[in-house]
Unconditional design. Structure first.
Length: 164
């Protein structure tokens, strides 16, 4: 077979089938030392075509992104940017911005405080109610301790009585 470029003056008319690969075996491409350059080029071209097909934007299912026809990426660069944008949107949902709270910031209150405060209250009102509740609990605990001590004393008196 005569090469197509044989008419060019600077070229020797040698077929690529006659030139052999003298490099090392490349297992992942199934190339072996001694393969013709035609086989080497063919295998590399097939690999490039496979990569090109796998990177074809139309081969990806983007239906979950709910894109308008105008928003569908036309090339790999646009698809990659779309993925980055979507990741950034999700990250914004997951990592909330820092909120600087003030005494008037509205917060959701615990169920035991809703009778007095409702379901939301300012931080200052909530803190005051929590403080009041803690003090009430402290008084209740002290009263119960006094009552327990009185009951212990009464039981001791009753136990000390000798029955006939």
């Amino acid at each position: 077979m005569k090469p197509l470029n044989a008419a060019e003056e600077a070229c020797s008319p040698i077929s690529s089938n006659c030139v052999i690969w003298q490099g090392p075996d490349i297992v992942c491409l199934d190339l072996c030392r001694g393969d013709s350059i035609s086989i080497v080029i063919f295998k590399l071209a097939c690999l490039v075509c496979d990569i090109k097909d796998s990177l074809d934007v139309d081969s990806y299912d983007l239906t979950c992104l709910d894109l308008d026809a105008c928003d569908v990426p036309q090339d790999w660069k646009e698809l990659f940017q779309l993925v980055i944008d979507k990741i950034c949107e999700l990250q914004a949902l997951i990592v909330p911005e820092e909120i600087e709270a003030t005494a008037e910031t509205i917060v959701t209150v615990a169920a035991c405080f809703t009778a007095k405060l409702g379901s939301t209250a300012t931080i200052s009102a909530y803190i005051q109610e929590i403080g009041t509740k803690v003090c009430e609990q402290e008084v209740t605990i002290q009263n119960q301790q006094v009552a327990i001590q009185q009951l212990v004393a009464r039981v001791e008196v009753l136990e000390a009585i000798v029955l006939p």
